[in-house]
Design a protein around this ligand. Structure first.
Ligand SMILES: *Cc1c(COP(=O)(O)O)cnc(C)c1O
Length: 421
């Protein structure tokens, strides 16, 4: 029996309505930028398996480092012990994170990195003797699927059953230059009536919203307002982190630095799950006290798993290599040429790119999860490209190690598919 058939007996997949979408394709192998299915077909992984495998699948340097770690120290409780991979990772991260970051807290996925960031912000104010409970978030933001993360996410059409249990969050539009003043007016109104604890945002690129891009200087106006009003800022860099936008972190491109940063996805290059919530020394200091209850009592069993730390160390090393930095620039340049070429296509309303991210909005009336999306996905798969349209937005985020020929194949397939739907 095929993997696809055996799958149906006991498995329950995420983000899936099994009644209408019963099939999951069996993948047997992944190497570099290629995926191989159980029937022997190959696909270019044009979205790096959800923005994780940026150095290619089963990258031999990273798997080698991880293999060595697996034979030395596999897992140890981080509440009581420490180890070289975690220490070294904190040292390496602090070198490349925005200068105001000084503390590394470990989690195990993007949602819990956000959850810890929200709790840090709330307890920071609490420890200082102030009760602040309101969060501000950007419209159409996505921050994960646990309750705190779901609460601050704006893409909430699927949150119906949970709405009564979510945190209190006010949403502001994404700044676009024209609405900057209106947003500041809205924020002034909010702080005059309520105690705001924090502001959470995906810096420069909102991933799940459809790779929507905003300008650093516009976002900066909001961040400055937050600083002036003692509102902690949380940059959710789970998607943007580690080179995607063309710099190591999107926050490096924005003047005002966040108090807290959430990292995951490319952190471990797709090998094992891990996440990090980093923060400033000022936040950390607010948790120091002779009173044990003022400490941060948030923990996940696999915190700072040595194998995951080692994968992260290897991928940060690769990220900083000249070769990868050059690749990132070449991919951006190729995106620019391609965007120029297709921008006036009759089926396109907008094409945008930033770093290795490129997104194309299609001219159509069908809904986010309508049948067009499924048709597009199938056409691309038939042509040997795995990309996953977000509603009517086609986007790519290829591994940094993609070859010119592979990237060109993605572009020509997009052009072909545009002409057929
Ligand atoms: C994917 C993502 C998350 C959630 O991460 P998980 O590991 O899937 O829980 C949070 N924020 C952003 C911006 C993401 O892209």
């Amino acid at each position: 029996m095929s993997l696809q058939e055996r799958d149906k007996k006991h498995l329950w997949h995420p983000l899936k309505q099994h009644q209408t979408h019963p099939n999951s394709l069996g993948i047997v192998k992944a190497k570099g930028c290629m995926l191989t299915d159980e029937n022997g077909n190959d696909y270019i992984d044009a979205i790096s398996s959800w923005y994780t495998c940026m150095f290619g699948h089963c990258n031999p340097y990273i798997t080698g480092q991880v293999a060595e770690q697996m034979q030395t120290l596999d897992q140890i409780m981080f509440s009581d012990f420490t180890h070289e991979p975690a220490i070294k990772l904190s040292e390496e991260l602090i070198k490349i994170l925005p200068k105001n970051q000084n503390r590394i807290f470990f989690n195990d996925n993007g949602s819990t990195a956000v959850e810890a960031g929200i709790k840090m912000a709330l307890q920071y104010h609490f420890n200082k003797g102030e009760k602040r409970s309101l969060f501000i978030a950007l419209e159409n933001g996505f921050h994960g699927d646990t309750f705190g993360a779901m609460s601050v996410s704006g893409l909430s059409v699927y949150n119906g059953p949970f709405e009564d249990f979510l945190m209190h969050v006010e949403r502001i539009p994404v700044p676009n230059g024209e609405n900057n003043q209106a947003i500041i007016d809205q924020l002034k109104q909010l702080v005059s009536k309520q105690k705001v604890a924090g502001f959470i945002y995906e810096p420069l690129v909102q991933g799940a919203a459809g790779m929507k891009i905003h300008k650093a200087e516009d976002l900066d106006i909001i961040l400055q307002f937050c600083k002036e009003n003692d509102i902690l800022t949380i940059a959710d860099e789970v998607m943007t982190g580690f080179g995607k936008t063309g710099s190591n972190f999107a926050s490096n491109e924005i003047n005002t630095k966040p108090d807290i940063i959430c990292l995951s996805k490319a952190l471990t290059a797709g090998l094992v799950p891990m996440a990090i919530t980093s923060c400033t020394e000022e936040i950390y200091t607010a948790f120091l006290s002779s009173d044990i209850a003022k400490g941060f009592f948030h923990c996940h069993t696999y915190s700072a798993n040595p194998i995951a730390c080692r994968a992260a160390l290897a991928s940060i090393e690769l990220l900083q290599s000249e070769e990868i930095q050059e690749n990132i620039q070449q991919i951006t340049a190729a995106h620019s040429t391609f965007a120029n070429k297709i921008k006036d296509h009759t089926k396109i309303t907008e094409v945008r790119y930033k770093g290795v991210i490129l997104a194309i909005d299609l001219k159509t009336n069908s809904s986010r999860y309508g049948s067009l999306r499924d048709q597009l996905l199938t056409s691309f798969m038939n042509d040997g490209i795995f990309l996953r349209p977000l509603g009517n937005t086609i986007y790519i985020q290829p591994p940094y190690v993609i070859t010119e020929a592979q990237l060109n194949k993605i572009y020509t397939t997009i052009e072909k598919v545009l002409d057929t739907f």
